[in-house]
Design a binder for this molecule. Structure first.
Ligand SMILES: *[C@@H]1O[C@H](CO)[C@@H](O)[C@H](O)[C@H]1NC(C)=O
Ligand SMILES: *[C@@H]1O[C@H](CO)[C@@H](O)[C@H](O)[C@H]1NC(C)=O
Ligand SMILES: [Ca+2]
Length: 141
């Protein structure tokens, strides 16, 4: 291989690497929506404007949500995509959970949707789906 060709190959490899890292960065972008909606309305909003309500499937994703909540500490409850304590809105499968002590309790037999609570480090609590709360969507993969 001549110098010119090797040089060209290096540039292509470099560009491909840059494109891959851009795609990875874009793969999980979380969006905090400052609008009070019921869980179902929040789900519709996320599906229309982004991809879906957010899933929290492991410690890494939990950490990202916590970082987001740090900037939004004045909201008490924030909807995430978990329904009936086991189904994620985007069909994600995961055994990860982060329930607040004593939750889920399905209080009054009427709590089927899950919120993260800032006051307890982003731990989860089941709430009445008709409660209007802000929520977190995600865009991308
Ligand atoms: C967390 O889950 C997401 C989605 O399944 C996955 O892409 C990511 O690699 C996981 N991270 C860790 C550290 O397990
Ligand atoms: C989750 O598991 C179900 C049943 O095993 C499967 O049909 C579905 O495709 C899985 N979803 C994802 C996102 O992997
Ligand atoms: Ca509860």
């Amino acid at each position: 291989m001549g110098y010119g060709i090797r040089h060209t190959v290096s540039i292509i490899v470099l560009l491909s690497a840059m494109m891959v890292s851009r795609r990875q960065n874009a793969s999980a972008s979380y969006v905090f929506v400052y609008q009070y909606k019921t869980w179902t309305a929040a789900q519709s909003y996320c599906r229309e404007h982004h991809t879906d309500l957010v899933s929290i499937r492991n410690e890494t994703e939990h950490q990202k949500i916590q970082d987001l909540l740090k900037n939004n500490y004045y909201y008490y409850y924030v909807w995430i995509g978990l329904y009936r304590t086991r189904s994620w809105s985007d069909q994600s499968n995961s055994s990860f959970s982060n329930w607040r002590t004593g939750q889920p309790d399905n209080a009054g037999n009427s709590e089927y949707c899950t919120a993260v609570s800032f006051s307890d480090s982003g731990s989860w609590t089941d709430e009445n789906c008709n409660t209007a709360s802000p929520f977190i969507c995600y865009s991308g993969e």
